[in-house]
Design a protein around this ligand. Structure first.
Ligand code: TRP
Length: 334
């Protein structure tokens, strides 16, 4: 018999429009994982509630995030793609796991402390127990691999602690989940203005979104930070120039990259030409994703079918885990 595929869970935040950093960071990871593992990917709409988003935008964001991920290559026939709030079993496991989580350790989580600093007037219990809900997301499918960024690793460590505490007290149920990525080709994309990571909250004009129009892409790349060029042959590239090469390697033909690389090394590079070329290649890369995402986003019938199908598959696995958790805890009477 074939070996069972390992179980993967990941939650997709439902805020913010996807940008190139997400695409080459998270989504490409997902797309590779969907071929090798038994993947459960979901839109984390309950997690979004900690900041009290308005209902219309929350609903719209869930449709958009699903559409963008499918347009980027996530295949709902290969992965179980669902919306968190369609799985009541997650909420029940969250309740059970709350008994394994101590107030003191929750208060010490850096992401919680950041939120408290940013929004001192909204330190709600959902925010405090965010890592418990995240643990329920993962443990409900007894996942062992979780593709997440560095900023989420501490949450994952907490999931392992909650799992261990449950197992020690009530009996072996949950395997320990560990962070996972294909480290070899993790690409770090910087903002076009050269200031840190390309991230959704920072400067919009220096971030390439998957829903940017062709002209928006051209304008943003045209304004990307450069300088007067290298003074000495074969010098090191400043990081904002390296970033343009990184982008070019992702979307342009190899000989195009080589051409500009040689020009840089010979000190006769024309950044205007390089940016023009990069802009056209980027337009050709983003356009089909944008158009596909727009079409999917309009097609609620299709999205509803995907959501229902994902929820059904997810609930099957979730119900089996929850039944075991209840039994081990003595919450089974009939
Ligand atoms: N906390 C994650 C983030 O901010 C999203 C998330 C929620 C998640 N539940 C999860 C990720 C479960 C992995 C597994 O990006």
């Amino acid at each position: 018999m074939a070996k069972e595929k390992e179980i993967v869970v990941s939650g997709i935040r439902s805020t913010g429009i996807l940008h190139l950093g997400n695409y080459f960071g998270a989504i490409r990871n997902y797309i590779r994982m969907q071929e090798e593992f038994n993947c459960y990917f979901f839109v984390a709409d309950w997690h979004a509630l900690t900041t009290h988003p308005d209902p219309t935008s929350l609903r719209g964001n869930v449709y958009r995030v699903l559409a963008e991920n499918i347009a980027s290559g996530l295949d709902p026939e290969k992965v179980t793609l669902y919306v968190q709030s369609d799985i009541p079993e997650i909420a029940e496991l969250y309740l059970l796991l709350n008994m394994m989580a101590y107030k003191g350790e929750l208060e010490k989580v850096p992401t919680f402390k950041d939120k408290v600093r940013q929004n001192p007037d909204n330190v709600n219990a959902g925010l405090l127990t965010y890592p418990v809900l995240m643990s329920a997301d993962i443990l409900i499918h007894r996942a062992v691999k979780v593709p997440v960024g560095k900023d989420q690793e501490q949450h994952l460590e907490m999931s392992r602690n909650f799992a261990q505490r449950f197992n020690n007290r009530y009996g072996e149920l949950f395997p320990e989940p560990y962070p996972f990525n294909y480290g070899d080709d993790l690409v770090r994309i910087m903002s076009l203005d050269g200031n840190g990571k390309m991230s959704k909250s920072e400067n919009e004009n220096s971030t390439l979104y998957l829903n940017d129009s062709d002209d928006a892409i051209r304008n943003k790349i045209k304004k990307a930070k450069t300088d007067s060029g290298p003074q000495e042959a074969n010098s090191a590239k400043p990081d904002y120039i390296e970033n343009l090469f990184t982008l070019m390697k992702l979307v342009s033909a190899p000989d195009t990259v080589q051409f500009f690389d040689a020009a840089f090394n010979n000190c006769n590079i024309r950044y205007g030409d390089m940016k023009k070329q990069l802009a056209e290649d980027m337009v050709n890369f983003i356009r089909p994703i944008r158009e596909k995402a727009e079409a999917i986003q309009q097609d609620h019938e299709y999205l509803h079918r995907i959501m229902r199908q994902g929820a059904e598959k997810s609930r099957e696995s979730a119900a089996a885990t929850l039944k075991e958790a209840r039994r081990l805890m003595g919450i089974n009477f009939y």
